[in-house]
Structures are given as C-alpha cells and as structure tokens.
Design a protein around this ligand. Structure first.
Ligand SMILES: C[S@@+](CC[C@H](N)C(=O)[O-])C[C@H]1O[C@@H](n2cnc3c(N)ncnc32)[C@H](O)[C@@H]1O
Length: 274
C-alpha cells in the first residue's frame, strides 16, 4: 500500500441503492464479463460499505467469481466498512455471508494486493469535490491500474440514484464514452442531469459547448415526444433518443439500453472545447 494515498478525504455521503444504475452498467460491460480476473474496485465508497456489498451482490449474479475491493482514502471509513463486513459474515444482514468483498485504504493510485489489476474501477461521486483541473491526473492514476481491456467508470449521481451520468475511461487514461442514466418514471426533463454531470463536464453546460447542445437537444425531443407519454415514459424517451440519432448525434447502443433510460455517446461528441 502506498504510504500517502493520492487525493484527500471528502464528504462521505452514500446510500442504499444509490448506485444501482451504475452497477447495472458495470454488470453489462465487456470489461467485466470477459475479464480473466473479475476484480472490481469501488473507489471512494464513502461513510458506509453498502455500495460495495450491493455491487458484489449484483455482479455475482453475472459471474459468481466476481470480487469487489472497496478502497477509501479515509481510514475511519475503512474501519467502519470492516465492521459492517463482519456483520455481513454473521448472516444477520440482507447480504450473503460469503460475498467476495474486502476493504482497504487507498487513493487514486488504486492499490491492489498481489500485483493484480482491476477489470473495472468505479469511482462515483468522488471527483465532485475536486477541481476540474484535477480530473486528467486522477483518471490516469486510476486507469493505469486496470487490466488490459479494463474500464474506469467515473461519474456523479443524485442522493437516491435516479439521475446519474458517467464517463468510461480506457486503460491509457483517455475517455471513451459518456453515459446519461435516468429513471424515466416521473422524469420532468432529461436536462435535470446537468446538475449531476461528471466533473469533466459539469462546468461546461454553457452555450457553445457540445454537452450543452446535447442536453438542449434531448429536452427539445423529449418535449416533442410528449404525446407518447400516453404509452409511458419509456416510449417517450425511446422516441427522443431516436430523434437525436436521426439528427446525427452518434448515439451508441440500441433500444435495449435506451429503454433503461440510458443514453451513451462517444466522448468526442460531448468533449469540452479546448
Ligand atoms: C460522496 S462519497 C461517495 C460515496 C459513494 N461512492 C457513492 O457514490 O455513494 C466520496 C468518498 O470518496 C472518498 N475519496 C475522496 N477522494 C478519494 C481518493 N482520492 N481516493 C479514495 N477515496 C476518495 C471520500 O473520502 C468520500 O468518502
């Protein structure tokens, strides 16, 4: 373990089911499904280890050999999560007592014992309290600990996990894709995600920037598709995303992902202007 972890402790806000949309993304990723060693790091899990337990529970349905390492820069939070883990092992919690989860202290250098490399590193709501200028170095430090073909997922969501967005970063530290993930029931406007953009984009939601054009376009098409609400919010979102694609936005994935309230584009489509 590095003697001085990279980064600094920040507020530890977390919560049950907060990261379910992100868990689902990781569970579906090739980086996880095809990994030789399905080790997934939950970096900056916060004041409770609950997101690591939930991630382990969801991932083992896909791969029973999935293993989660929760890393926190705040040693008191590692001690708290270890106590929770001891409780999980007794079988007196909703989580399986044999979950493959462990916790350790670490920062962006992402220390993994035994020279192993992570298939996926997830860092949700961690960079929010850093500066935009800190982002590239943090991405590089974390991504350099990935296995070949691995994935860093870095982003932000609201307290109850209904509005989320994240960036997929490659092993060389360069961003590959940007995803918005929204709970469609009761959604007023997709641009609510402007408040929950990853640090690299949150200050760029201003006229002239690509991410601003994207969110404005998504709102416009969501409004235009309002008559489809009779058939449900999913049909309305599907129509809005299809319209964006028809206008030339390089929307990735297909209806299976869109139905979940997800919209994914190559990073280049939203990257901040130089
Ligand atoms: C807001 S909490 C997020 C908890 C959880 N990931 C979630 O989304 O619910 C952010 C946590 O990241 C931790 N953190 C901040 N910088 C870090 C770093 N460089 N390495 C590891 N943990 C870090 C903080 O100590 C804090 O507990």
């Amino acid at each position: 373990m590095a003697s001085s972890p990279l980064g600094r402790p920040t507020r530890g806000t977390t919560g049950t089911n907060r990261l379910r949309r992100n868990d689902r993304w990781i569970a579906a990723s090739d980086a996880f499904r095809r990994a030789a060693d399905p080790l997934v790091v939950d970096l900056g899990y916060g004041a409770s280890g609950v997101t690591a337990f939930e991630l382990a529970t969801r991932l083992r349905r896909v791969r029973p050999d999935a293993e989660i390492l929760g890393l926190e820069i705040d040693p008191a939070r590692v001690a708290a999560a270890d106590e929770q883990l001891a409780e999980v092992r007794t079988g007196r919690t909703p989580f399986a007592p044999d979950l493959r989860v462990s916790f350790a202290r670490g920062g962006f250098e992402t220390p993994v014992p035994g020279g192993r490399r992570a298939a996926v590193i997830r860092a949700m709501n961690v960079l929010r309290q850093y500066d935009e200028t800190d982002v590239p170095a943090a991405w590089h430090a974390m991504a350099s600990r990935l296995a070949d073909g691995g994935l860093l997922v870095e982003g932000t969501c609201d307290e109850i996990g209904r509005v989320a967005s994240w960036v997929d970063v490659r092993q060389n530290g360069t961003p590959a894709r940007f995803t918005v993930s929204l709970r469609l029931a009761e959604l007023e406007r997709p641009s609510i995600v402007a408040e929950r953009l990853p640090k690299a984009l949150i200050h760029r939601n201003v006229p002239g920037e690509r991410v601003h054009e994207l969110l404005a376009g998504l709102d416009r098409e969501w409004d235009r598709a309002a008559p489809l609400s009779t058939f449900g919010a999913t049909q309305r979102f599907l129509a809005a995303v299809a319209a964006l694609r028809d206008q030339g936005w390089p929307v990735l994935g297909g209806r299976t992902r869109w139905r979940l309230g997800e919209l994914t584009l190559p990073w280049a489509a939203v990257a901040p202007l130089p």
